[in-house]
Write a new protein. Structure first.
Length: 128
């Protein structure tokens, strides 16, 4: 990349700019990406939202073990980064749904590649 193109302002959405701020300080592209999606449960949350919006309980069951506290923290982080939206429906009892934003959907190729790679892996043999 030329020096001029490195200094050119990026044409990104506000959501991606928030994610970029979270990754600031990392010179390696992989480190920048992991600063955003490397926290435990984050990729599973994003993967489960690829099919459409989900309620908190659905996400908790789909992640298979994330505590409510950790899942709430990850969802808040993803919302602050602009990767996930949280919609509260004015009902009794309250209904809250989470969905990917356009910026969140940009993670799809990464999640898809990991899923394909994971399918090719052979299960580990257990020691007797």
């Amino acid at each position: 990349m030329s020096e001029a193109s490195a200094r050119a302002p990026a044409q990104t959405s506000p959501d991606l700019r928030a994610a970029a701020r979270a990754a600031a300080g990392h010179s390696c592209a992989v480190q920048r990406a992991l600063a955003i999606v490397g926290a435990k449960w984050t990729l599973l949350i994003l993967h489960n939202l690829m099919d459409g919006q989900k309620r908190f309980g659905e996400l908790q069951r789909a992640t298979g073990g994330a505590s409510p506290k950790v899942l709430t923290a990850r969802l808040r982080e993803l919302e602050e980064l602009g990767l996930v939206t949280r919609t509260v429906h004015p009902e009794i009892p309250p209904r809250v749904e989470y969905a990917l934003t356009d910026a969140g959907r940009t993670v799809w190729p990464i999640v898809d590649s990991l899923e394909q790679w994971g399918r090719r892996l052979k299960p580990a043999k257990r020691a007797v």
